[in-house]
Design a protein around this ligand. Structure first.
Ligand code: HSE
Length: 449
């Protein structure tokens, strides 16, 4: 029996039910798992959809790699030919990157196929063009796997919570960086050696830039913020800092405060101010200290989690594996069944919702708390001088800790809430003070008011 016959067999009794024809773009870690599930779970998928799903082709870059359990006749290097082939109903894109993924998805949508994609970078860069093409053809564009792997978070934001007002979405959406920061916290190791360790164990890529510098999390933050706030947010709208500057002393200082350092994706609706016009949104990715009592603090290893606050539902936490072939394939298959069901009923799911068109707040205006570490000369009045500098810039101090180091001292200041602009001005001024040797670290403190 061929693969095609196996996944598109007749329904029980009567005429064979015509299958929905599925094209798969990419057969890497996720794609091969999707193909395997399409074949192994064919009869359950057929029962759930109401029609068989027939895998009609798999586009790959090279044909010469053995792919166990998959019919060699399914493979092609002509991806454009596959998506524009007559009668293809559903296209799954798991090749990633901007091109050729964008052209292939647009071609699929224009040829009338619904698309399921895991491509966060493309959605964050050019989601509006994809939505418009889907809308024009009256087909679906689904992308649960683009954010946080297996965790259902796109559909909850896009559908389950669409009647509510979401005020913030805070996520640990990158497993690689969470693994590294967690190891630094639990083993006291430095960033560089932990990264090497993570690479050796397969938790980090040979080129870790997209993860470590926050690009991956920023793309996911843009997608989450767009959905939560009904506003187009692109990757370029996201303020981004990675984790390579996080030191063992930051981690130790967080620990002393009962906190932990995490790379957070923070999507927040600005507070309402009377007469100040529409509320904006801030979207940022950076390392931050959060109290160990916060639900996100308990997310260890390479796991992901997304913490949502909304007006009516209150606080919701979504947690699970954020990457990997099998978990990501679960999200892809969930979308595939949904768009297939829509197809069977001649319906389409939600399109883009960007009616609110909220302004994006510049990072200067974002208000949060800060942990500032300084090396100072241990002389009479240094504390007063430093405190005065914070006060002059309108930044209120919550706590100060001092530790003697010979003739010098280390000061750790935690502030009350202040704007990023005020804190930056304070740090610039601190650096000019004769008694301040250096401002060694500045980190945001999140998760409590
Ligand atoms: N590289 C990502 C991570 C998974 O480490 O979470 C894919 O988005």
């Amino acid at each position: 029996m061929t693969t095609t016959e196996k996944v598109s067999g007749p329904s029980t009794g009567g005429e064979p039910t015509p299958p929905l024809r599925v094209a798969l773009l990419g057969c890497g870690v996720v794609g091969s798992e999707v193909a395997r599930l399409l074949i192994d779970s064919a009869s359950d998928l057929r029962a759930r959809v109401g029609r068989p799903l027939e895998l009609v082709g798999i586009a790959v870059r090279r044909l010469n790699r053995p792919r166990e359990g998959l019919d060699a006749g399914l493979f092609t290097t002509d991806a454009e030919g596959l998506v524009s082939r007559s009668g293809v109903d559903l296209v799954i894109e798991v090749i990633g990157g901007i091109e050729p993924a964008r052209s292939l998805i647009l071609s699929a949508l224009r040829h009338g196929a619904s698309v399921v994609t895991a491509n966060k970078a493309l959605l964050a860069e050019d989601g509006a063009t994809l939505y418009a093409a889907a809308e024009q053809s009256g087909v679906d564009l689904y992308f649960e796997a683009a954010v946080a792997g297996a965790i259902p978070i796109v559909r909850p934001l896009r559908e389950s919570l669409v009647g509510d007002e979401i005020t913030s979405v805070i996520g640990i959406v990158n497993g690689t960086t969470n693994y590294i920061l967690d190891k630094m916290d639990s083993q006291g190791a430095g960033f560089a050696e932990t990264l090497v360790d993570a690479q050796a164990l397969g938790y980090a890529e040979a080129d870790p830039t997209a993860d470590v510098d926050g690009f991956d999390a920023a793309a996911k933050a843009a997608i989450l913020a767009s959905l939560a706030f009904h506003t187009r947010v692109g990757a370029a709208d996201v303020y981004r800092e990675g984790i390579s500057e996080v030191t063992t002393s930051d981690i130790a200082s967080a620990r002393e405060m009962g906190s932990v350092v995490k790379l957070l994706a923070l999507c927040e609706l600005s507070p309402a101010v009377d007469g100040a016009g529409p509320r904006g949104v801030s979207v940022r990715v950076h390392p931050a200290m959060i109290p160990r009592s916060h639900p996100l603090a308990s997310v260890t290893g390479a796991y992901n989690a997304v913490f949502v606050e909304s007006r009516s539902a209150g606080r919701l936490m979504f947690y699970g594996p954020g990457a990997g072939g099998s978990p990501t394939a679960s999200a892809v298959l969930g979308d595939l069944v949904t768009v297939a069901r829509n197809r069977v009923r001649g319906a389409a799911g939600p399109g883009e919702s960007s009616y609110a068109a909220r302004p994006i707040d510049p990072i200067d205006d974002v208000v949060t708390r800060y942990h500032v570490c300084l090396e100072v000369a241990d002389v009479t009045g240094v504390l007063a001088t430093v405190a005065a500098c914070f006060a002059e810039h309108g930044v209120s101090i919550q706590t100060v800790r001092q530790q003697g180091r010979g003739t010098d001292a280390q000061l750790v200041v935690v502030t009350h809430r202040a704007t990023d602009a005020a804190l930056s001005a304070t740090v610039r001024a601190l650096r000019t003070l004769p008694s301040v040797r250096d401002v060694t670290s500045v980190m945001r403190v999140e998760g409590e008011t």
